[in-house]
Design a protein around this ligand. Structure first.
Ligand code: TYD
Ligand code: MG
Length: 472
């Protein structure tokens, strides 16, 4: 019996199944299983563009060079940082993100930076006409003769062009619009997306050209998402951000050549993207005015501390409907929990109030280290008292109202001090050096934090070890 050559793969998560089902057994998305052709190996024949790695014999670990080829550094430090120090020759980098977030813009910037250094770039666009791509390039500031545009969907043509030109960088925008005539299915199907990426991967390794692939993320599963490629490519970056807001975060999710913890921050403007080397300043831009309900917290994005403003609006309503709780930029369940802790442990009645919480800049907070800041922000708006200027709040909140320690406290405190904040509430007992210029107040509980937050500034150098407990 010949082995079956057909299996099914989820266009969302890349999970495989032998049978079709309405719901993916792996990620539980609906209607995302697509037929997937499994290529049978032909005995004795190497596939075209097979990787030409060194012949397979053992090599002494000490004989291996730490970096086979130097990385190409781009003009943007933020981009180099996420890539792990620059573009690695022969690597394949997937840049995923929702349509319209700015992937094509980001990669055109990268192309221009390579071109500005005298490198040649092939930009294969299956989505936009050459005129559109030229218009974007002009908007971003330069129309370089070193960027060769290829408006093409056929993978053979793209591969031939890359091989013939052997550029310093090749961009395929997007992987979901190219198709390989040797495989069934239309562009964007799981088979096409995976086989095309695998083929580009072999080509990149063979001729040492770095290739950037754009991958759209869609919610409906109509095209295969970047996740089906994650384990094929070397590096996976996701461009995140709210289209209506300026800030974009490029996040490394996987990186064979660097840390998968890094983020790069950019801002979208009239002339494309700009790197934001100091995101805390950008995020705190409007924090000068202290209004009731605003609190500043420090969250870690990868290894980077970011100062972020949380705003709450608590509005008492006199009707019989359940109150509304709306969180933008954080998990709604975290908000529910903080509200419950405030009611139970700080005796604040919120049962009849709508509560809206917003995180400035379109950032999504996932860290519990922002709990205490969120609680104080809600408390501040409820009591109509602004938190003092220059206050930063750090701490996770437990269900008993205790303030729990958070990781990398010292790094967070330094970031706060660097941006001119003057006072920090931190979990009691946490060990961390105190940066100069920042008064550090240790708090053990929510109640302590509430009273300590509103104390007058203390002379520098003095720490409050035992804050008074007085709940307002
Ligand atoms: P684009 O790079 O085409 O997104 P993607 O390739 O991820 O689909 O970016 C599209 C959005 O970016 C579009 O809404 C317009 C906006 N934009 C600017 O605001 N300024 C600019 O200079 C450019 C080129 C785009
Ligand atoms: Mg695009």
């Amino acid at each position: 019996m010949p082995k079956s050559t057909v299996t099914f793969m989820c266009s969302e998560c890349g999970g495989e199944s032998l049978r079709w089902a309405g719901q993916c057994p792996h990620c539980h998305a609906w209607n995302t299983l697509q037929e997937f052709q499994v290529r049978k190996a032909t005995p004795g024949r190497r596939p075209p563009e097979a990787p030409v790695f060194a012949p397979s014999r053992p090599v002494r670990l000490s004989d291996i060079e730490s970096e086979a080829a130097p990385r190409r550094r781009l003009a943007w430090g933020e981009l180099n940082r996420v890539l792990g120090g620059g573009v690695v020759p022969g690597s394949v980098v997937l840049v995923g993100g929702e349509p319209g977030v700015g992937k094509s813009t980001l990669l055109m910037h990268a192309a221009q930076q390579v071109a500005a250094g005298g490198g040649r770039v092939i930009y294969a666009s299956g989505e936009e006409s050459p005129q559109q791509v030229r218009m974007r390039a002009a908007r971003l500031g330069s129309v370089s003769a070193e960027i060769l545009l290829l408006a093409e969907n056929d993978l053979d043509t793209i591969c031939e062009a890359i091989r013939a030109e052997s550029p310093q960088l090749a961009i395929v925008d997007s992987i979901q619009t190219v198709s390989d005539a040797g495989f069934e299915g239309s562009a964007g199907s799981v088979t096409q997306v995976r086989e095309s990426a695998a083929r580009l991967m072999r080509l990149a390794k063979e001729i040492g050209v770095p290739i950037f692939l754009v991958g759209h993320v869609t919610k409906d599963g109509s095209i295969a998402g970047p996740r089906v490629l994650e384990h094929i490519v070397d590096t996976v970056l996701y461009l995140e951000g709210d289209r209506r807001q300026e800030l974009r975060i490029l996040r490394a999710m996987k990186n064979r050549f660097g840390s998968a913890e890094e983020i790069g921050v950019f801002a979208m403007g009239e002339a494309g993207l700009e790197e934001v080397p100091d995101p805390s300043s950008a995020l705190l831009g409007s924090a000068g005015v202290s209004s009731p309900g605003t609190a500043v917290v420090v969250v870690l994005e990868g290894t980077r501390p970011l100062l972020i403003e949380i705003q709450s609006l608590v509005n008492k309503v006199n009707n019989n409907y359940p109150p509304r709780r709306i969180a933008s930029g954080m998990d709604i369940n975290r908000l529910h929990m903080i509200i419950a802790v405030l009611e139970k442990r700080a005796s604040i009645a919120l049962g009849q109030s709508d509560i809206f919480v917003n995180v400035a800049g379109g950032i999504h907070i996932t860290e519990p280290a922002a709990d205490l800041g969120l609680a104080l922000s809600i408390h501040s708006n409820t009591s109509d008292r602004p938190l003092p200027d220059g206050l930063v709040v750090i701490g996770e909140l437990g269900l008993a109202g205790e303030v729990r320690r958070v990781g990398q406290l010292e790094r967070r405190l330094h970031e706060a001090a660097r941006h001119g904040l003057t006072r920090a509430l931190i979990p009691a007992g946490a060990k961390a050096g105190r940066p100069a210029g920042l008064e550090v107040v240790e708090v053990r509980s929510l109640a302590e934090a509430i009273s300590a937050a509103f104390l007058p500034p203390i002379p520098s150098g003095a720490f409050i070890k035992e804050a008074e407990v007085s709940v307002t």
